[in-house]
Design a protein around this ligand. Structure first.
Ligand code: ATP
Ligand code: MG
Ligand code: MG
Length: 388
């Protein structure tokens, strides 16, 4: 479909699923990450780079083999991407380095969204993290509030819930060494998420609005569509589209938001890449988030009404598979039950199973969400009667 080579900074599960989507279109990919990373395991090439997406020399080695660069993680070395773009005007980098830079710093990301009139949880930068600085936050936000690392956060690592005065020293100790900001507590009734794809010619398309359920700060389940009135989903899609219109560059974006009990929506954060809450698109939508990303960064055709590709009558639940806490590979029992279940697909990432580590996911699709739920309950062992 396209003779250009796409370099991917990062070779985790998101990279692995990008490689799968690109391969179906005969699009060549080169991965920069550790040897035998999940994306490299499924793509046999001598051209992959062994190294790190935060190392300037390694990124340069990748760029030398590619026409287009993209990321599966936002924690990459942006200054190198900017210099490469200046040195090689023909090298296309999507999403744009400026977008990655803004999103990398969760506080700057929020400031940028506010400047663009997008509702976010209220935040205060904490340049000097002391007891007194956090007490000043309490005077503004009260308890509880969230203390967050501005950079290198994922799966809640980098967040601390400050519940009362006695947890202030623990919070400062837990996040010591990171640039910090404080965020007002969002008393949400649901967490919603929307995948948005932005084309090179700046059009944005929303996937269905989904509902995510987190356990210990890690996404556990994702329901498509979100179990809310249609009016809430329409508002969420519009908010996500408007937010992504503000960021330069093409590609897929995940927009996480909080739904409050008065119906207000606040953006939590944005990811400039495929997102865990978009895995359901592999089975529930005609075009997955991964293929949409490849198409958008290569400027491959999208139908005029992209919604026809993204919206189906299919209902879906995605279950994340975490490494079992009690026995090595214990999570594979869940996979066996999924394999017995109609409409369920198992995705394993080729990662060593460690307690709590994301090692795969299961997509369950059906014509109704109630049926998806029944299937989920068998898969997770809540009921023992298999679904036929
Ligand atoms: P990710 O893996 O999504 O990148 P992260 O480490 O960047 O996660 P956040 O998305 O900031 O972390 O927060 C993780 C979870 O913590 C959220 O999904 C939500 O459940 C909860 N949370 C975050 N901020 C707030 C807040 N201001 N009020 C209430 N809960 C919050
Ligand atoms: Mg995050
Ligand atoms: Mg998040």
């Amino acid at each position: 479909m396209d003779s250009r080579t796409v370099g991917i900074l990062g070779g985790g599960q998101l990279g692995r699923m990008l490689v799968e989507a690109a391969s179906r279109l005969n699009v060549k990919t080169v991965i920069l990450d550790a040897d035998n990373s999940p994306a490299k395991q499924i793509s046999n090439s001598t051209e992959h780079i062994v190294g790190s997406f935060s190392n300037p020399d390694d990124i340069r080695k990748l760029a030398a083999k590619c026409d287009v660069l993209t990321v599966e993680i936002e924690h990459v070395d942006v200054p190198t991407l900017k210099s490469l773009r200046d040195e090689h005007p023909k090298l296309q980098i999507s999403p744009s380095p400026e977008t990655i830079e803004l999103i990398q710093d969760k506080y700057r990301q929020k400031e940028f969204l506010i400047k663009n009139k997008i509702q976010v949880a209220e935040s205060i930068a904490i340049p000097n993290p002391t007891d007194e600085a956090l007490k000043a936050v309490v005077r503004k936000f009260g308890y509880p509030f969230m203390l967050k690392a501005r950079t290198f956060a994922y799966d809640g690592r980098g967040n601390f819930v400050v519940k009362n005065e006695s947890s202030i020293p623990d919070a400062l100790e837990a996040l010591k060494g990171s640039p910090l900001y404080a965020e007002k507590w969002a008393p949400f009734v649901k967490e919603l998420s929307v995948m948005i794809v932005r084309s090179l010619d700046n059009r944005v398309y929303a996937y269905p609005v989904v509902e995510t359920i987190h356990q210990n700060n890690v996404c556990h389940l994702c329901y498509c569509p979100a179990r809310t009135p249609n009016s809430v989903r329409l508002k969420a899609a519009l908010l996500a589209e408007n937010a992504i219109k503000a960021f330069p560059g093409a590609g897929i974006f995940g927009v996480e938001m909080f739904l409050l009990d008065n119906g207000d929506l606040l953006i939590n954060e944005i990811a400039p890449r495929p997102h865990n809450s978009g895995h359901y698109t592999i089975d529930a939508c005609v075009t997955s988030q991964f293929e949409a990303h490849i198409r958008s960064i290569l400027n491959l055709p999208m139908p005029k009404s992209f919604t026809n590709l993204t919206t189906t009558n299919t209902n879906a639940i995605m279950l994340n598979l975490l490494g079992d806490k009690d026995e090595p590979n214990g999570e594979l029992k869940i996979c066996e039950r999924a394999l017995q279940t109609p409409g369920a697909s198992v995705y394993l990432y080729g990662k060593e199973s460690r307690p709590g580590r994301k090692v795969g996911h299961i997509n369950i699709v059906s014509s109704s969400i109630e049926e998806c739920q029944r299937r989920l309950e068998y898969i997770t062992g809540k009921v023992n009667k298999p679904v036929i």
